[in-house]
Design a protein around this ligand. Structure first.
Ligand code: NAP
Length: 268
């Protein structure tokens, strides 16, 4: 193959990916990880604040701006994309500092309740992806959605995990290849140093192996997203994801993501 043909064929095999929620804590990690793999991916971000993008990435290049509640703002961002990573989420705000010994109270802005962001907003993204001919959607959700009384569902009367689950069902029924990652409690700790565990429909939450915390570093979730875009056996799978606590032994650290995805199943 000539050098020019080699270059063209490499360019044609590069996957164009849009990351929404790219200014979020996990979304920004995914965005950066995909940027580093420029031989495989061409990454675009979707955000609502140009200031935040400049603060995080130093430039607005490769960003589209809009709001997931406005379906039309997603169309141009998704044009030409083969994959979409959904990392948007409703964000509750503390209403007042907690009294000593009490838990803090949280509420959502009235126009940004989980129904609007985690259901309608995700549905808008999925519909826009269908329109644009996107082949795969990787969606990061949360464990706990099988329990209506989970503290996150009660927070701000938002039923956030219930609405996330409804959007996940919409994705599964959409016909687009899906990878749904329902993460445990997110930690801002280093990734790539733990063994990752997958589960199904909150089984890890209800019966954590050896009582380990059902949490995971955001970096490990971000890496799992990237690998889900690379490994074909991540497609049409929905799974819970946590990590074992970090140990001195590096033997069991998860490196083979195809083997991890092989343990996961389609949503039923
Ligand atoms: P995050 O930092 O809260 O990011 C949420 C992103 O959504 C932000 O970029 C935000 O934009 C964007 N967003 C919200 N409303 C939007 C709108 N109307 N239009 C466009 N963008 C909008 O996320 P995270 O804490 O990394 O969590 C990632 C995912 O994991 C979420 O789905 C979360 O529910 C789930 N999860 C979290 C936990 C946990 O322990 N926190 C546990 C399990 C799963 P701005 O940057 O402009 O605000």
């Amino acid at each position: 193959m000539s050098y020019l043909n080699q270059k063209m064929s490499k360019k044609m095999s590069i996957k164009q990916v849009l990351v929404t929620g790219a200014t979020g804590k996990t979304g920004s990690l995914v965005f950066r990880k995909l940027q580093q793999r420029h031989d495989e991916f061409s990454v675009l971000g979707f955000a609502r604040s140009s200031e935040k993008v400049k603060q995080l990435f130093g430039t607005e290049a490769d960003f589209y701006f809009g709001d997931i509640r406005e379906p039309s703002s997603l169309d141009s961002a998704l044009a030409g994309c083969q994959a979409l990573v959904i990392l948007t989420s409703a964000i509750p705000k503390m209403t007042a500092p907690p009294q000593p010994g009490e838990r803090p109270n949280f509420a959502y802005e009235s126009d940004s309740m989980p129904e609007a962001i985690d259901y309608e907003g995700q549905k808008n993204q999925i519909d826009a992806a269908i329109k644009a001919g996107v082949e795969q959607i990787v969606l990061v959700g949360s464990m706990g959605g099988t329990n209506e009384n989970h503290p996150l569902n009660l927070m701000g009367k938002g039923k956030i995990l219930i609405w996330k689950r409804k959007a996940e069902k919409y994705l599964v029924d959409s016909g687009i290849d899906y990878t749904i990652i329902r993460a445990g409690g997110l930690l801002d700790q280093p990734g790539g140093v733990r063994e990752l565990l997958v589960g199904n429909n909150d089984d890890l939450l209800n019966n954590p192996p050896n009582g380990i915390p059902t949490s995971i570093p955001r970096e490990d979730v971000a890496e799992t997203v990237v690998q889900a875009l690379r490994e074909s056996n991540s497609r049409n799978k929905a799974f819970d994801l946590i990590s074992k606590p970090e140990t001195d032994s590096t033997v069991s650290v998860t490196k083979d993501f195809a083997a991890l995805f092989a343990q996961t199943t389609p949503e039923i």
